[in-house]
Ligand binder design. Structure first.
Ligand SMILES: O=c1ccn([C@@H]2O[C@H](COP(=O)(O)O)[C@@H](O)[C@H]2O)c(=O)[nH]1
Length: 242
């Protein structure tokens, strides 16, 4: 089965800073090149949910808090963050089926019906290579583990997955075009890899079948963040025309 999708791949800007003024400046520079905003642990712990809401007014919010706890606690956390109205939120697939089911149930019962966020299960962090994954006790490689966790998460009620670009095509082949695949570990050709291990370029991630790519430091640490965001958006647009 080939489950590749043909639609556009959209850009999420990872706004990783504790400084709301810096965050606003990156978002202004990125302008229409970025389709959604990722705010995560760093910004949220430093500034709280009111600041998150203030920053994410004109683009969908990808709230990447990677919840991972017992089912009751994760469900309660999701109910507590409902007023923030994220468009997407993350839990760890490794939390297991009961935790994922509880997360989905919390969404169904605490968000308005037409404002349910996309529940994304993080599979294997993009900062882990095969050796680092094995050291956590996982016998298989990243691809095998992502497929295993991906199947589990979707069966338990997740709407989509966070994975590296290396697993996008195998996931599409195994699971089809439907699951929303959100893909960090993106590096334009020649960019510093930083702590990311399983990486591809924006164009490669699009060709593999990513719905969204998540890009932070290649944009936020660029000399001209606006120009870099525009270059990545143009790379994605050019790939659609291939
Ligand atoms: O497996 C994962 C899950 C989430 N992320 C997040 O994506 C961005 C990537 O930032 P870069 O600066 O482009 O590396 C970051 O906010 C992570 O928390 C991830 O990288 N890998």
């Amino acid at each position: 089965m080939s489950g590749r999708r043909n639609g556009p791949t959209r850009l999420i800007l990872a706004v990783d800073t504790t400084d709301p003024i810096q965050a606003a400046s990156w978002l202004e520079a990125a302008g229409s090149s970025c389709d959604a905003i990722k705010l995560g642990l760093e910004f949220t712990y430093a500034n709280g949910f009111d600041a998150v809401k203030r920053l994410a007014t004109d683009r969908p919010l990808f709230l990447d808090l990677k919840l991972h706890d017992i089912p009751n606690t994760v469900a309660a956390a999701i109910r507590a963050l409902a007023p923030v109205r994220p468009a997407m939120l993350t839990i760890h697939a490794a939390g297991g089926a009961a935790m994922i089911e509880a997360a989905r149930d919390a969404i169904e019962t605490s968000f308005p019906p037409d404002e349910h966020p996309i529940l994304l299960a993080v599979t294997v962090l993009t900062s882990l290579d095969a050796e680092a994954l094995h050291s956590t006790g996982v016998a298989g490689g990243p691809r095998q583990q992502v497929l295993r966790l991906g199947r589990l998460a979707l069966a338990a009620g997740a709407h989509g997955l966070v994975c590296s670009p290396h697993e996008v095509a195998p996931l599409r082949d195994a699971l089809g075009a439907d699951p929303c695949l959100v893909v960090p570990g993106i590096r334009p050709a020649g960019a510093a890899t930083d702590d990311q291990k399983r990486i591809m370029t924006p164009a490669e991630a699009h060709r593999a079948g990513a719905d969204w790519i998540v890009v932070g430091r290649p944009i936020t640490r660029a000399a001209d963040p606006g120009a870099m965001a525009a270059a990545i958006a143009a790379e994605l647009a050019d790939t659609i025309l291939e």
